[in-house]
Write a protein that binds this ligand. Sequence first.
Ligand code: ZN
Length: 458
Amino acid sequence: MKNYDLIVRGGRVTGPDGVRVADIAVTGGKIADVLPAGSGVSGTEEIDATGRHVLPGLIDSHVHFRTPGLTHKEDWAHASRAAVAGGVTTVFDMPNTRPATFTPADARAKDAEIRGTSLVDYRFHAGVNPDDVSSLEAFSPVEAITAKAFLTGHHTAPHVLRDPARLDELFAVAKRKGLRLLFHAEDDAVFRLLDQWQGEPASYREYERFRPRSGGIVAVAKLIELARRHGTPVHVLHVSSREEADLLTAAGATGLPVTWEVTAHHLSFTAADTARYGARIRLSPAIREQADQDRLWDAVLRGEVSTVGSDHAPHAFEDKVLDAPDAPPGLPGVQELFPALYTGLRRRVPDATPDELLPIVTRLMATEPARLFGIADRKGTIAPGLDADLVLFDAARHWSFGPGDIQSKCGWTAYAGWLFTGRVERTIRQGRTVFSRAGGFGAPDGEWLTPSAVGALR
Ligand SMILES: [Zn+2]
């Protein structure tokens, strides 16, 4: 009988459409077969997954791992440990590093700095240079098939695209190049107008009022109109309000190439929590009201939203607790993403079983990001021929997320002491264990996913 490198035996193998008990056979880092449980096949290494759910390695399509140039906040080695401890095996890193990822050479230099330090596989979103949007023309699919633009700025995002003519040009360039555009969609002109009138916020409690939903609603309406005019695919990041959720869902329903993301932070906290958490949950876009959070959860459960990302954006705690105008928005989250999403789902739908809820996680954090961002021929599904990226998850486990669990270099979490339901027990990337609760971390040999992975799009 054939001998495989690895057998993951008897787990509840989870896809976007459901769960079945199966044995997964792995050879050469790829899934060779998914067989009925009790198949009797053998492997050099065998892992008993009885009683565990086995999900495809999760994809976080929105992280700021701060490499290069901001490694005093976070570095790739720490951030990728946080990722695999949370079941994430592939990340898409954002371009607002120093230097920013504005050219193919920037992307290649970034890869050179990361290589040998990463427990996860990775791709980059290219950065849109507001002074020269046509610089995107130089990217080949090897370097990037997605580009991120900021329509408003903050401490670590100084490159704001303010000129409507340039924004229009960006849509034309992206359409020509076949790039998907990602947006921080808050309108800078709306915020500047309000700042001139009412000044800067004096406390965290006022933050939501000073960076209101109107900024997001105006920006989203403009992006929908541009998508209609140019036909360019658009993915709106970290949607925070019920009005934006409605507009984007309606636009998608008319057949426009418009998709959107929510973050676990916006699903986990409300503006009322700011009184207790203060700077720790200061985010851009702001965390809004209960009714907004309810709408975002509805979008998760109805399948209106396409991806859930972490927006992992660590800052040193000393910076976070500066006075309100000086404290940078953003918080760590790649490690907390899956447990926070699953715990939230359990609270929202207490009568649902893990077999009903985990396919939702799989769709939002594996299948859909793989499809949208061009790596579905390697990632996002447990099927023969794809990379053997697997997460063993104990759905019944209740546990507290404590200081000893934190892997991010920043060393703090907004979820300190939270009681999570469901815990990642082991994470496998390309057939090798990169994290296990008993054995720690594996080898940092994650790869920049290159041409074969994007070949399907060419
Ligand atoms: Zn972000």
